[in-house]
Ligand binder design. Sequence first.
Ligand code: ADP
Ligand code: MG
Length: 576
Amino acid sequence: MLLKLIKYLKPFQIPIYLVLVLVLLQSLSELYLPTLMADIVDKGVVTGDTHYIWKIGGFMLIVAAGGMICSIAASFYSAKAASGFGKLLRTKVFTHVGDFSLHEFDKLGTASLITRTTNDITQVQQVLVMILRMMAMAPMMCIGGIIMAYSKDAKLTLVLAVSIPVLVLTIVIIAKQGIPLFKAMQVKLDRLNRVLRENLTGIRVIRSFNRVEHEKKRFDEANWDLTQTAIKVNKIMAAMMPIMMIVLNLSTVAIVWFGGLRISHGEMEVGDMMAFIQYAMQIMFSFIMLSMMFVMIPRASVSAVRINEVLDTVADIKDPKSSLSAKSERGYVEFKDVTFSYPGAEMPAISNISFSMKPGEVTAIIGGTGSGKSTLINLIPRFYDVDSGKVLVDGVDVRELTQEQLRKKIGFVPQQAVLFTGTIAENIRYGKETATVEEIEHAAKIAQAEEFIANMPDGYDAVIAQGGTNVSGGQKQRLSIARALVRKPEIYIFDDSFSALDFKTDAKLRAALKGETVDSTVLIVAQRVSTIIDADQIIVLDNGEIAGIGKHKELMDSSAVYREIVMSQLSEEEIA
Ligand code: ADP
Ligand code: MG
């Protein structure tokens, strides 16, 4: 899975090759140093040739400095390549997610998408740095070390023939224990994130229901679980170092022992033995490096799988290859026998819906919660695709228009008013980038937002806090209505957008709206009968099916469901 991400490394070829070359040079310098030292000992110290010691000693310094510079430069370029790679990947995931329809959001989950874009990519990025540094270094040091050690003394290499298998065996055993735990840790981290997220977003509910203790316990459990696994992993990893050091040091003892014997027989020189010890260290450290890589890679693979899952998800709503240009008609919407079900649902959320709307008319949808009102209107801007039937806008199937063409025609006020961080004016201008100050003020006036905006400290330049927490629910709704109004669309869609307004403001807003929307098609979803009583056409939804369609008077006669809703809300004289 990690391999599938390699194609995104392409733009960073140059720094990556640079790192490989630099690491190669660094390895060469490190492999050369013990040989130089052996020379100093055998040809300088033993014979007492001070001049030779200075000469080779100076050369050693230069080689060491060269190695150091290469190492620093390699760090620089590997960090550069890896962070560039991370940035590219984040952009890819972000833009890809931008093409998702609501289906895909439902499937992957918003919280998970956030962790995948941030934490998982960081994980892969960090491993990349490691791999870049060690991938070339470990094999170089291992093979180079063996060759150099063998050239110093062939017989002494037998010591390595014993210690290296022991080392490899320990690494394999430890990795086998550790890797599954690393995988488990990622899952447990996910769980902790989920609990934390629910806690933070639901803080009001938790406090008002006195569930703080319960939530604390839930968090502690998830936290404890993760900690236990982390401790276990770290214990295993911590055991690795002492075991390796024992193997390393025992090998050194063996080298000194057998080397000493060979020196006393005159078959080896002291300096060569010292160099041999260093080569043995380098070889064994290269194995440690390799083992670290093998631990990190499975860890990053878990993240890579999660990233690829996002990148491989194909949005099922795509623009048509050749879009029909919408006809010159404006504001006509027609549902033709539409049925739609959410993925995994047993029953369709709405079924056999047929009706049409035209400019200058107000269509209202009323029905109990969960009757499919929001589902129905989400089909007009093509947030979802229908299962069967057709949604036509201006006489063209919405699937034959590009999403931009289609959505340009629509002013959508969602059930959950969403504002963005920024000023009030910026939030209204979201509906139309080129809106003038007059247009913004006009829209705010129609949406009955003028008064409270005037009362804000900076008026239109007042800053909306993150998530719109510094305005009330009703104010939020009015701002999101203004945002749709400033667009002057062909089709207005209000999904329960008046629910947080008091009756008086609701009435005033609808009166002002009437003047604004004479040429447009208006679709209002509402809970209150008083909001929709004057509509040209009322659609009564019940369990995803149309239970009645007509004007208020007609429905009072013909639809039992409608009568029931009306009875429950209006007093006797109002009905009469
Ligand atoms: P309303 O707006 O009339 O209150 P909705 O259209 O939101 O009702 O929901 C209609 C039905 O579809 C409900 O039974 C609800 O559980 C289901 N539903 C709504 N949104 C989703 C979704 N994203 N995924 C699955 N089921 C959904
Ligand atoms: Mg709804």
